[in-house]
Design a protein around this ligand. Structure first.
Ligand code: UGA
Length: 435
């Protein structure tokens, strides 16, 4: 099949490269000429394990192309994917659809023969209808079907998530379009991946409901973690104890500093907004948003309290800045709130992250970005583990203790054992583990 992918951001690039790897011929289109030039020269604009090699292989084998000119790619395409950004519109939480609408207009004039137009971007319920209307209005003769096909890719694990998904959701009632979508996902189909074919609006809502549910699950366990600290229980054991119940499931029950990233914060806000406009007050979603935002702000207080209530003049080392490991993404990362509050309280921040320091440098001021974890820890009064990169899981703890001015460790990801840290002479605290 021939695929045109509009937008070479995170979703477009990963999906384009993976479809090419399935054997389809994919052209990725972006208006940003610098990005396209870079991609044509082997440069990858995002940090995603395995992506560089996957892109290089498929470019080499003539299945993956990058261009700023959509004309030929769209004319020849069996399926055109819209994978442009849908950022939060300033002020009201609603997704900004201007890029999606612009893409629909652009596609409309170029369609030639029956083409499936697929929205991969996360879009509010009813956007497929809008895309349909824009194309019909711009080009009344066009032969096309608009399909919703949400992505469920986690940053840092996106290639695996694309190639081995739990399910593929296809929102359309157009039979021919379903055939094209099945053909595109054929390698998965052969692996018996469930393909859910549903109405377009339902498919659009599935995406938001999935992300909001996962965000709620994390927020729930974070609240239980607070309770564990107060009543003398251990949240990891609670997670295991409830997660083994198949109705609950063990995933996304790791307590921590609150969720961040480019998806959960944006999509929960957008879902709340969709509910509001539909006259449905989504109380759980609204609470999740509020509780998580408050939690991220409170994490600095946890550090301050642990250090005796005053951090002015103290040096604090942060290990990890990205919102999660294996990404350089700093969007809505808990580290931002933590650094801001600690600095306001008079602390000096040293920090190390394996991937996100360049990005963090645009957001955080007066942070000393270090060459490695031990460099960050050197002469600090405390170390705070913010992101659970693998390389922080097995630090040389004797060395850590020697380098620290005071042996204080705040582990916001529960990657060390309280009893072990105690035995080693650290003053240690973590999340939701009273023992
Ligand atoms: C999320 C979803 O997991 C994907 O399925 C979805 O496709 C994607 O959003 C999207 O909408 O594009 P992502 O934002 O990359 O993926 O990251 P996650 O692995 O879901 O983590 C999100 C946040 O939750 C991180 O800050 C992470 O630290 C936090 N988290 C996750 C926890 O605090 N505890 C957990 O148990 C799991």
């Amino acid at each position: 099949m021939r695929v045109a992918m509009i937008g070479t951001g995170y979703v477009g690039l990963v999906s384009g490269a993976c479809f090419a790897d399935f054997g389809h011929v994919v052209t990725c289109i972006d208006k940003d000429a610098r990005k396209i030039d870079a991609l044509n020269n082997g440069g990858i604009p995002i940090y995603e394990p395995g992506l560089q090699q996957l892109v290089a292989k498929n470019v080499e084998e003539d299945r993956l192309f990058f261009t700023t000119d959509p004309t030929d790619a769209i004319r020849n395409a069996d399926a055109v994917f819209i994978a442009v950004g849908t950022p939060t519109r300033r002020g009201d939480g609603h997704a900004d659809l201007s890029y999606v609408h612009a893409a629909a207009e652009e596609i409309a004039g170029l369609l030639d023969g029956f083409t499936v137009v697929v929205t991969k971007s996360t879009v509010p319920v009813g956007t497929g209808d809008e895309v349909d209307a824009i194309i019909r209005r711009t080009n009344p003769d066009a032969d096309f079907a608009v399909v919703s096909n949400p992505e469920f890719l986690r940053e840092g694990a996106a290639i695996n998530d694309f190639k081995r998904p739990d399910r593929v959701v296809v929102g359309t009632d157009h039979e021919e379009a379903v055939k094209v979508m099945r053909e595109l996902y054929r390698p998965l189909y052969l692996n018996e991946t469930p393909i859910i074919v549903t109405q377009r609006r339902t498919s659009e809502l599935i995406k938001y409901a999935a992300n909001a549910f996962l965000a709620a699950k994390i927020t729930f366990i974070n609240e239980i973690a607070d309770l564990c600290e107060s009543v003398g229980a251990n949240v990891q054991e609670v997670s295991r104890g409830i997660g083994l119940d198949n109705r609950i499931g063990g995933k996304f029950l790791h307590a921590g500093p609150g969720y961040g990233g480019s998806c959960f914060p944006k999509d929960t806000l957008a879902l709340s907004r969709i509910g509001h406009e539909a006259g449905v007050d989504l109380k759980i979603v609204n609470s999740v948003i509020d509780v998580n935002a408050a939690r991220k702000k409170r994490m600095a207080d946890k550090v301050i309290d642990f250090l005796g209530g005053d951090v002015s003049g103290k040096t604090i080392a942060l290990l990890g800045l990205a919102f999660k490991p294996n990404t350089d993404d700093m969007r809505d990362a808990p580290s931002i709130d933590i650094v801001t509050k600690l600095q306001e309280s008079g602390a000096t921040i040293r920090a190390y992250d394996p991937a996100s320091m360049a990005e963090a440098g645009h957001i955080m001021k007066d942070v000393l970005f270090c060459d490695g974890p031990y460099h960050a820890i050197e002469n600090s009064d405390a170390v705070v583990i913010v992101t659970e990169w693998d390389q922080f899981r097995a630090l040389d703890l004797d060395r850590v203790k020697k380098l620290l001015r005071e042996p204080n460790v705040v582990d916001l990801r529960n990657i060390y054992e309280p009893a072990d840290m105690d035995d080693r002479g650290f003053k240690y605290t973590s999340v939701g583990r009273a023992y």
